[in-house]
Design a protein around this ligand. Structure first.
Ligand SMILES: Cc1cc2nc3c(=O)[nH]c(=O)nc-3n(C[C@H](O)[C@H](O)[C@H](O)COP(=O)(O)OP(=O)(O)OC[C@H]3O[C@@H](n4cnc5c(N)ncnc54)[C@H](O)[C@@H]3O)c2cc1C
Length: 334
């Protein structure tokens, strides 16, 4: 492994924040993995950098996961199991699966980042989460220096959450995930504007390819392209509150949207809360809140991680003051 020193991470994070890493290297082959223990600690694992905010210089070693490969590990009449190396690009995997006509990940098209990061926050979009198709996560435990394979049931997947954001946070180098895909796809078009988009596309017969294309069209029209404006997608999670709290709040804030989140709980769209507090389109220096999607914080070019962090803190404080709801950051802060 070639280790570099004092490397700018600007081109390695979709926010485009210019922050140095004391040491930087890439893992390109399985033989590199055990050498992670010999690197300057702590090790920070990097995928596509699309869900991180670099708030301070990174000490230790940033290790970019570049492990590649897709292997079919099992197949029966109805399903196919793929073991996919962590450094594969998620969207390219989706396109590969869709090209084969297999179902399960078409609603997750165009989510940036790598396959290895997908289980970290249980990526999700348009009514589907990666936990719906994931059967196993394989990783190298950086402290125990051991290779482990965890079945999905042990990953404690939740809404943008997993064991990897909690007990195993910062302790694992995910090497591969196994996905179970269906040969007889069950389509999920009820969420968001998918049906509307399929109609606009003139789709007569539903296929995984048509759904993936509809999702890509919607996402491209709604979300800022990080290549143009730095961002990390949704900055905050949609908060979950009790139905009782919601019923109280709606008497004071007419029209407050909500959707079910299990027994006695509802989710409130964070974008709505942020917009109500007047942040949509707000700009402070080069840090701002996107003018079409209030959930997305942006870097117009020269914002520092600290400035984005400060802005996010001010948003959290104002939502707390107005609604008594604490917003949680979805983005991982380094
Ligand atoms: C425009 C845009 C749209 C987005 N839309 C969505 C969306 O619809 N749904 C959604 O869920 N997310 C969305 N995201 C967030 C992001 O794409 C996902 O969280 C993605 O999984 C991050 O992948 P990454 O490889 O870029 O991870 P990184 O940003 O590189 O890393 C994220 C975290 O995972 C850890 N990590 C990464 N790889 C590994 C590994 N191999 N082993 C151990 N730890 C690792 C890192 O240490 C870090 O803490 C969006 C982001 C952007 C920029």
């Amino acid at each position: 492994m070639h280790v570099q020193q004092q490397i700018s991470l600007k081109s390695y994070n979709t926010f485009g924040i210019d922050m140095p890493a004391a040491y930087f290297t890439e893992v390109t082959k399985p033989e590199d993995i055990e050498a992670l223990a010999t690197l300057q600690q702590p090790v920070h694992v990097l995928g596509g950098g699309s869900n991180i905010l670099l708030s301070a210089p990174v000490h230790g070693t940033v290790v970019r996961n570049c492990l590649k490969g897709i292997a079919k590990t099992a197949e029966n009449d109805t399903h196919i199991w793929l073991q996919v190396s962590a450094g594969e690009v998620w969207h390219e995997l989706v396109m590969y699966v869709v090209a084969n006509g297999w179902g399960g990940v078409e609603n997750l098209a165009l989510i940036p980042g790598t396959v290895g990061a997908a289980p970290i926050q249980n990526i999700g979009a348009y009514g589907v989460e990666v936990k719906d198709v994931l059967t196993e996560v394989s990783f190298y435990h950086l402290e125990n220096k051991a290779f482990v394979t965890l079945p999905a049931e042990a990953c404690r997947f939740g809404y943008r959450d997993s064991i990897f954001k909690n007990e195993l946070r910062g302790k694992v180098f995910i090497t591969a995930v196994t996905l179970m895909l269906t040969k007889k796809p069950v389509f999920n078009t009820s969420y968001g504007a998918i049906e509307q988009e399929l109609q606009a596309m003139g789709v007569q017969e539903l296929t995984v390819a048509a759904i993936a294309q509809a999702v890509m069209n919607i996402r491209s029209s709604k979300l800022p392209d990080p290549k143009v404006t730095g961002n990390a997608g949704s900055f905050f999670k949609n908060p979950t509150i009790t139905t009782a709290q919601y019923e109280q709040l709606v008497t004071e804030h007419e029209g407050m949207p909500h959707f079910p989140a299990g027994e006695g709980m509802v989710k409130v769209p964070a974008a709505w809360l942020i917009e109500q507090c007047g942040w949509k389109g707000y700009r402070r220096g080069d840090a701002g809140v996107h003018n079409r999607q209030a959930l997305v914080l942006v870097n117009y070019g020269g914002a520092s991680g600290g400035e984005v962090w400060q802005l996010s803190g001010d948003i959290v404080a104002s939502v707390q003051e107005r609604f008594g709801i604490t917003l949680e950051r979805e983005v991982q802060v380094w």
